[in-house]
Each structure stands twice: as structure tokens, then as C-alpha cells.
Design a protein around this ligand. Structure first.
Ligand code: GRF
Length: 219
């Protein structure tokens, strides 16, 4: 069992959500905590690398502690990495949720939060993932290949790119006339905004067990 099991201890799972952009996945998490789809969980903080990210406004509107930690504000990548780790640790999180966070995660952070950091990727891993596959590029590649089914994946973060243990996946059909933009929107609405809150709820309730590079969902 993960040491993120909040249900055993009777305490809420404290999550930090890391974002770079619009924050619709963050919104799905905020809504999920509010409407009870996500239980035993509190959003301890939101961190963005981009001070103009609308995600920060969403955090502010919902009275969630938030801050920007940008590589641009530091002399070197090493200093930025240290500051990022400090910012994350200040919220004492049980789980880190990467929700459209476009910065390379410092290796020290990956080690520190092994099996306690998850990411949402807008494809059915192992298709259209790895280096260079982010944002609209994922959907462009899927349309170029002519696949009929796409989707999204929530996985634990390990030292590779999109290689960690898969927690949940959801398929979405490609429709005739789809553009990268229409496909991105459908994948978000039908898959990302559902499986990310669902994965957090499973973890908060002690229902995800990591076994090697796989997970078992306990009933
Ligand atoms: C999502 O498509 C997510 O899968 C990807 O980045 C996007 C973030 O969108 N990693 P938002 O900021 O949650 O609206």
C-alpha cells in the first residue's frame, strides 16, 4: 500500500497541484473535492511556473494557497530546482499532481516523491508519449497517424518521460473532421477531467497499490 493512504490514518490526503496554463484539470479537481467525487482530500497548494497562468486565478478564487516559481527568476536551473522543491515541501504534501505542468521535474524531486507524484497525459500511453509529446502536439500526431481511438492516462511519475506505472486510462473516439483543437477538447472533457479526479480519490482511499511498473486497483 502507498504511504499516501489517508483513509487509514483518518487524515485528509494533502495534495499540491502543479500547473502551467489554463488549469481546467485543476478546476476538475477543485470541483471534485467540492462535490464529493474526490473524498478524504484537501488541496494544500497550487504551484505554477508561469505567473500569468489562469490556473493561479482559479486557485485564488477558491482560496487555495498558491505561488509562482519560475525558472526565469533564478540564475541557474539548479537554484530553480532547489526553490521548486522548497515550495512543494512547504505544503507538506502526501501527493503531488502534475496537471499540465510543462517544466522538467528535478530528479531529486522525483526520488523524494517516488510513488507520490502523478501526471495526466493526453494520450493512451504508450502511444503518443515521451519526449516532445505535449499539448497539441499529441493530438496532431494522433490525427496524422489516423488512429480512430485516443484518450488520456494518469500515471505515477518516474525518472523517464511518461514511463511510470499507469493508474487509469480512458478512451475517446476520433470523429470525422476533427482538428487537433477539437480532439484536445474532447479528450479533456471526456477523459482527463474524469480520470484525474478519480485517480486522486482512489489514492486518497488507499485503493492504489504499486507493484513494480504496474498498479493494482483494489476494490
Ligand atoms: C492537458 O491537456 C494535460 O493533459 C496536459 O496539459 C493540458 C493542461 O490543460 N498535460 P489545463 O491547464 O489543465 O487546462
Amino acid at each position: 500500500m502507498l504511504n499516501t493512504d489517508a483513509s487509514e490514518s483518518g487524515k485528509n490526503l494533502r495534495i499540491v497541484v502543479m500547473v502551467s496554463g489554463g488549469g481546467t484539470n485543476l478546476q476538475a479537481i477543485i470541483d471534485g473535492v467540492r462535490n464529493g467525487r474526490i473524498t478524504n482530500t484537501e488541496i494544500a497548494g497550487v504551484i505554477s511556473n508561469n505567473k500569468n497562468a489562469y490556473a493561479l486565478t482559479r486557485a485564488e478564487k477558491n482560496h487555495i494557497p498558491n505561488q509562482c516559481v519560475s525558472p526565469k527568476d533564478y540564475e541557474s536551473r539548479d537554484i530553480f530546482n532547489e526553490k521548486l522543491l522548497e515550495a512543494v515541501a512547504s505544503y507538506e504534501p502526501d501527493l503531488i499532481v502534475l496537471a499540465g505542468f510543462l517544466v522538467v521535474i528535478p530528479p531529486a524531486m522525483i526520488r523524494k516523491y517516488e510513488n507520490r507524484m502523478i501526471n495526466i497525459h493526453p494520450s493512451l500511453i504508450p502511444s503518443f508519449c515521451g519526449r516532445g509529446y505535449y499539448g497539441l502536439k499529441v493530438h496532431e500526431a494522433a490525427l496524422e497517424r489516423g488512429v480512430k481511438v485516443v484518450g488520456a492516462t494518469v500515471h505515477f511519475v518516474d525518472e523517464g518521460t511518461d514511463t511510470g506505472p499507469i493508474i487509469l486510462q480512458k478512451a475517446v473516439e476520433v470523429e470525422p473532421g476533427d482538428t487537433p483543437e477539437t480532439l484536445q477538447k474532447r479528450v479533456m472533457e471526456q477523459a482527463e477531467w474524469k480520470i484525474l479526479p478519480q485517480a486522486i480519490d482512489l489514492i486518497a482511499n488507499g485503493r492504489v497499490r504499486v507493484e513494480g511498473n504496474q498498479t493494482k486497483i483494489l476494490s
